[in-house]
Design a protein around this ligand. Structure first.
Ligand code: SF4
Ligand code: SF4
Length: 367
């Protein structure tokens, strides 16, 4: 059973109403009315983590994503612009053992650079109704399976959020995601199957990732994975190969988020709710019908524009965002018990140990 509750009619969402799109055209969006600061303006303020060198690191990290359409939040791809959807081969590899083949496809995904991978049958409700240019979105016939790929972002870089160094970790995640999804699609093409590589376009990545067993939704509105918490970027490859789907997982996120509000406390924009889950959100960028925590992306993007780069405080401060290691594995076992008392204790210990606090970029960048 999926770790979310549908409590109303879920309509296919129009991508033009995402905050990333509305920031360009909708005067009711607070981010639209917030002037975007330039790197030069911010660098002149001489704040740590916002020097011209830091902004250049950020631009370098984004380079791959920005040169490939559809990889990041920018320009949308025309179909087939980056990778053709249809295989060019007239033969098709039909494995005898689909579960074993599915495992090998996942292994290939990890080889290409995915940190985690899952497979889901595509729930048509998660496919966008229209794209940012209001063109109707329909997946090609038979493309009802998604290989969902998570790319982990650099832990130490993100500790300096909301600086340009932390935003470089995000850009690096988008660039690697562009690489991974293109490789995955080509791999399937070479086996005679159709495959469509997708970043933020075509369908909502988070519910697909939940269906693919990669994690649960958190209070911060992000996918929470067992291994990296919310410190991942997501992409997917749609295919007509009937790979074996994974089952959704539950590992105590919802119960933990009920007692932990660290993301809401560290959000500089007040975007993340502190109360209970609700069936709808505060702006037209929220697609209603699922009981969850809805964040206010308008306010979030307004902060990004004033900050000059994106922010990741809700990732940095999350107790699930930890480097891999034995001690953290033990803590994750406690979370699985879903005890309110134990969860409260873990949130406190997390704070005492200093996890989630902002660190100066000089200490955050990996050597
Ligand atoms: S990215 Fe920053 S501003 Fe946006 S919701 Fe997260 S913490 Fe708030
Ligand atoms: S910071 Fe706490 S409340 Fe927010 S998503 Fe992470 S665990 Fe949940």
């Amino acid at each position: 059973m999926a770790p979310y509750e549908i409590v109303g009619e879920v309509k296919r969402f129009n991508q033009r109403y995402t905050a990333f799109s509305r920031v360009n055209w909708d005067p009711t969006c607070v981010a639209y009315r917030t002037p975007a600061k330039t790197a030069d303006e911010i660098a002149a303020q001489r704040k740590t983590g916002y020097s011209l060198e830091d902004f250049a690191l950020h631009s370098g990290a984004w380079a791959m994503a920005r040169s490939l359409p559809g990889a990041g939040p920018g320009r949308q791809p025309e179909r087939g612009e980056m990778e053709p959807c249809e295989t060019q081969l007239d033969r098709r590899y039909e494995p005898e053992d689909w579960p074993a083949f599915t495992r090998r496809v996942k292994r290939a995904a990890r080889f290409f650079g995915a940190s985690a991978v899952g497979v889901a049958r595509v729930d048509p409700r998660w496919v966008y109704a229209c794209d940012q240019q209001e063109r109707l979105v329909e997946l090609p016939q038979g493309m009802n399976t998604a290989v969902v790929l998570a790319v982990a972002m650099d832990y130490r870089m993100l500790r300096s959020s909301p600086s340009a160094w932390a935003a470089a970790a995000t850009g690096n995640g988008y660039s690697r995601m562009a690489f991974v999804k293109a490789c995955m699609a080509r791999h399937l093409h070479e086996l005679g199957w159709n495959a469509l590589a997708s970043g933020n376009d075509t369908a909502l990545s988070i519910p697909l990732a939940i269906d693919a067993g990669l994690g649960e939704a958190g209070r911060n509105g992000l996918l929470m994975t067992p291994q990296y918490g919310p410190r991942v970027r997501l992409c997917k490859v749609f295919t007509n190969a009937p790979l074996v789907p994974d089952s959704p997982i539950r590992f105590g996120v919802q119960e933990f988020c009920e007692v932990c509000k660290k993301c809401a406390e560290t959000c500089p924009a007040g975007s993340i709710p502190r109360g209970e889950m609700t069936p709808s959100g505060p702006t037209v960028s929220n697609n209603p019908g699922v009981l969850k925590w809805y964040s206010n992306a308008d306010k979030c993007l307004a902060f990004w524009r004033a900050n000059g780069v994106s922010c990741a405080n809700c990732i940095r401060s999350c107790p699930f965002n930890k480097p891999l290691g034995r001690i953290h594995d033990w803590a994750r076992l406690f979370v699985k018990v879903r005890s309110r008392l134990a969860n409260r204790a873990l949130v406190r210990i997390d704070g005492w140990l200093g996890y989630g606090r902002q660190v100066a970029p000089e200490n955050g960048v990996p050597r």
